[in-house]
Design a protein around this ligand. Structure first.
Ligand code: GLU
Length: 334
């Protein structure tokens, strides 16, 4: 091997400098979050999800940003107290529950962790592959994940989900009944997905029951602050920095973050990685939970979505904050 000592130390110096780069101060975070809010609050592009009728009725101008650091400091700007349905951001926490109960291999084996390159509710994606759901963050994978929770009946399964979410949030959470009823009355596509999975032996509880519990988990109400606190353990090796409680094993954190990086924005995941360089998960309720590993979580909330089902203003705000503070995990883009 012909590697010069000089080049090794150059590589090391580079690695060390990127690791030891000072984290932004609370004041800096606050300033940038306020700038992001001011910059995008009048951006009216995108539109509320309307395939779940109750989501179409949520005021489109709501916009909140919350940052929680690994030390538990919190920065809040805008509509951070308004409750909205967690929707697909929930998928992260149900994945954590299954990993805590049954280990990480069960996700790899029974769900898989590959991007589909197709819409979040695609049936084609299941048929296109080997019959598994592809990843825990598309609807098929999330319904499979629900079916993997160890439970004798739907009530037990649901209780475990809600308790897990409350542990991550450090507060009581409730289902938004209007959203649940509206989605449960119209979720024919998700019922179809569950049936296709069950038919090929890739769903592990009754399909009607799994879809119902999944729909309920998506209807849990959170505000931007609660969602940020829920995610904060992912920036702090599995310990919630606000409640100080360990909510997941630290060895699971990188696995969950890798799945968020690859699949968190559905068929917009590649573009998100390119623009923001952060693992994140979106929900059609308008929430986005982004993680700067080992440093902080950034949550944006605004109901109007792009064509992939991801909040427009929340994306722009998180991208702006990430770029201003040079937080891209792949390196500086300056
Ligand atoms: N409950 C929604 C659905 O199943 C979640 C989709 C999302 O948030 O991306 O369609």
């Amino acid at each position: 091997m012909n590697i010069k000592i000089g080049s090794i130390s150059a590589i090391l110096a580079c690695a060390i400098s990127s690791v030891s780069m000072a984290a932004p101060s609370t004041e800096e975070l606050k300033k940038v979050a306020e700038l992001a809010h001011a910059k995008f609050k009048n951006d009216n592009s995108g539109k509320n999800a309307d395939y779940i009728p109750a989501l179409a009725a949520v005021p489109s101008d709501l916009f909140g940003i919350v940052i929680v650091t690994k030390d538990g400091d919190m920065i809040k700007v805008g509509d951070v107290d308004k409750s909205f349905s967690i929707q697909s951001c929930s998928k992260v926490f149900t994945m954590c529950l299954v990993m805590e109960e049954s280990g990480s291999d069960v996700i790899l084996e029974k769900v898989n962790v590959e991007p589909t390159g197709m819409a979040f509710n695609s049936i084609k994606a299941i048929e296109h592959g080997d019959g598994r759901a592809d990843n825990p963050f598309v609807n098929a994978g999330a319904i499979t994940t629900v079916s993997l929770i160890k439970a004798d009946n739907p009530t037990q399964r649901w209780d475990k989900i809600l308790k897990t979410y409350e542990k991550f949030a450090g507060s009581k959470l409730v289902v938004l009944d209007d959203i649940f009823k509206s989605e449960a009355a119209t979720n024919y596509r998700n019922r179809g997905i569950a049936n296709v999975l069950y038919n090929s032996g890739n769903l592990f509880s009754d399909p009607v029951e799994a879809t119902e519990v999944y729909t309920k988990q998506c209807s849990v109400g959170v505000n931007a602050e609660q969602l940020a606190v829920m995610g904060s353990a992912l920036a702090n090796r599995g310990v919630n920095p606000v409640t100080k409680e360990r909510v997941m094993q630290s060895k699971h954190v990188p696995l969950v973050l890798s799945a968020m990086m690859m699949n968190g924005f559905y068929d917009g995941s590649g573009q998100w990685a390119w623009r923001a360089g952060l693992p994140a998960k979106t929900g059609v309720g308008g929430g986005i939970l982004a993680v700067v590993p080992g440093q902080m979580v950034i949550v944006g909330f605004a109901p109007p979505l792009d064509k992939y089902g991801n909040s427009v203003r929340a994306q722009k705000a998180i991208e702006f904050i990430t770029s201003e503070l040079d937080l891209n995990i792949f390196g500086s883009t300056k």
